[in-house]
Ligand binder design. Structure first.
Ligand code: FE2
Ligand code: FE2
Ligand code: FE2
Length: 164
């Protein structure tokens, strides 16, 4: 990897983190009653996302859709089996209950993400059309309408966001 490719990757990671951090800041500004500041944070967040995606495209990380589905499936498996279990263990040892729950929700939701990728790979040619519902508490994703209760975190269906 050339120095510029390393820099592109570092810039991608930095911009992606900034974009998400600004989304968090926007939510907080809304809660604190600063809707205009929230708008500003959201606008800059969208701009940092533009930067992140541009760097990523130059890096050639984005392949054809079948390869992207395969890579995404593999990475769900890695985080579920190799990363989150260790993180959960350490959080328990350190008595950080919030982190333990957050890691646990993520680990459990990743399994469902993996299943959705697998299904998509199997039906890549004969695509069926449906929306998705994302649990805003734990990140579980359902195909179509949300369940009455989230199978991962038990949140009610009102906590789901539809993605078209
Ligand atoms: Fe930027
Ligand atoms: Fe995931
Ligand atoms: Fe959930």
């Amino acid at each position: 990897m050339s120095k510029t490719e390393e820099n592109l990757y570092a810039a991608f990671v930095g911009e992606a983190k900034a974009s998400l951090r600004l989304k968090g800041f926007a939510q907080k500004a809304d809660k604190e009653g600063y809707p205009q500041v929230a708008r500003l944070f959201r606008a800059i967040s969208a701009a940092e996302e533009v930067h992140a995606l541009k760097h990523l495209r130059i890096l050639d990380v984005i392949k054809d859709t079948q390869s992207n589905l395969e890579a995404s499936f593999a990475s769900e498996q890695t985080v579920r089996e190799n990363i989150y279990p260790d993180f959960i263990k350490v959080a328990m040892e350190e008595g950080n209950k919030a982190a333990e729950v957050s890691f646990g929700h993520a680990r459990d939701a990743e399994e469902f993400h993996g299943k959705l990728y697998k299904g998509a790979l199997e039906h890549l040619v004969a695509e069926t059309e449906s929306s998705y519902s994302v649990c805003e508490v734990c990140g579980y994703v359902a195909e179509g309408a949300p369940p009455e209760e989230c199978p991962v975190c038990l949140a009610p269906k009102e906590r789901f966001k539809r993605v078209d």
